[in-house]
Design a protein around this ligand. Structure first.
Ligand code: CP
Length: 313
């Protein structure tokens, strides 16, 4: 069961049992998604609003599909085509959505802590769809669901997360989640993209991608976040790909059956070669499929406020 959480703001606030409870519900949702008729009445009468101040394909679309499959009414507010572009601030926008009776507000914002701020000011349940360089909890949950599907569990696994660690909210949520469930996490990337304190979160830190990859069961590449880069942090894109990108040779340091993962979108030929993205061991497309199931489970649990609902099994 889940504790009395009104909102899903980060993995940091969840216990291992709560994470496993969400993953268990996602299994039921995945079964439903595999049927010809994907519709369920679980969220009939609920209204769900996505409020995205940054671009998204996977997260926004999977939440929208998840809402529709479960019978909720859903709507999207994009910063560029709403009154945000006329200067309305975040809290006024969120309170406006709240006043219309939304049950769930799913928010992505460039500022770390924005969903936490909104959650304190609205009655609706708030789900963090990525806040600045802080957390992306639903991505870590779908990553965990995918690892569980292929590896059966987490205890004793080594997960190597490599690339632009500095700007990644995915890495923080994954370190919190994987270490809570008993996996070891190694992070690797250029020293300029390794923030201080990753070791205190529970990860082993390497400024050399190869060392991070040694004997890994899972290799997770991260997107180079060009939109957040300050100049001078990385060499040219060609040099980055040569010294820090994941290619077939570098992948040889991981276990032969290591999974290849990436949260997407992938910059092919930069953080991963096309050969690695499309290899038999790549589960990047399965992560996308699982994203819908995991977000259905999250909506099912949280739209009913604080996990008061029964397990769907
Ligand atoms: N992984 C992820 O958050 O992708 P989007 O930016 O497409 O939502």
């Amino acid at each position: 069961m889940l504790g009395k959480h009104k909102d899903l703001l980060g993995i940091r606030e969840l216990t291992a049992d709560e994470i496993l409870y969400i993953l268990k519900n996602a299994q039921t949702m995945k079964y439903i998604l595999e049927q010809n008729n994907k519709r369920t009445p679980h969220l009939q009468g609920k209204s769900i609003v996505t409020l995205f101040y940054e671009n998204s394909t996977r997260t926004r679309l999977s939440f929208e599909l998840a809402s529709k499959y479960m019978g909720a009414s859903s709507a999207n507010v994009s910063a560029g085509s709403s009154s945000v572009s006329k200067g309305e601030n975040l809290i006024d926008t969120a309170k406006t959505i709240d006043a219309m009776g939304a049950d769930v507000i799913i928010i992505r914002h460039a500022m770390s802590g924005a969903p936490h701020f909104v959650a304190k000011n609205v009655k609706a349940t708030v789900i963090n769809a990525g806040d600045g360089m802080n957390e992306h909890p639903t991505q870590a949950l779908l990553d965990a669901f995918t690892i569980q599907q292929y590896k059966g569990g987490f205890e004793g696994l080594k997960v190597a997360i490599v690339g632009d660690i500095l700007h990644s909210r995915v890495v923080r949520s994954n370190i919190y989640l994987l270490t809570k469930l008993g996996a070891k996490v190694a992070v690797g990337g250029p020293a300029t993209l390794l923030p201080k304190g990753m070791d205190k979160l529970g990860a082993d830190v390497f400024d050399n991608v190869q060392e991070a990859l040694i004997d890994a069961d899972v290799v997770m590449g991260l997107r180079m976040q060009r939109e957040r880069q300050k100049s001078g942090l990385v060499p040219s894109e060609r040099e980055y790909a040569r010294f820090f990108g994941i290619d077939e040779r570098r992948l040889g340091f991981a276990k032969p059956d290591a999974l290849i993962m990436h949260p997407g979108p992938v910059n092919r030929g930069f953080e991963l070669t096309s050969g690695v993205v499309d290899s038999d061991r790549s589960v990047i497309n399965e992560q996308v499929t699982n994203g819908v199931a995991v977000r259905m489970a999250i909506l099912y649990i949280f739209a009913r406020r604080g996990g008061a609902g029964e397990n769907t099994n």
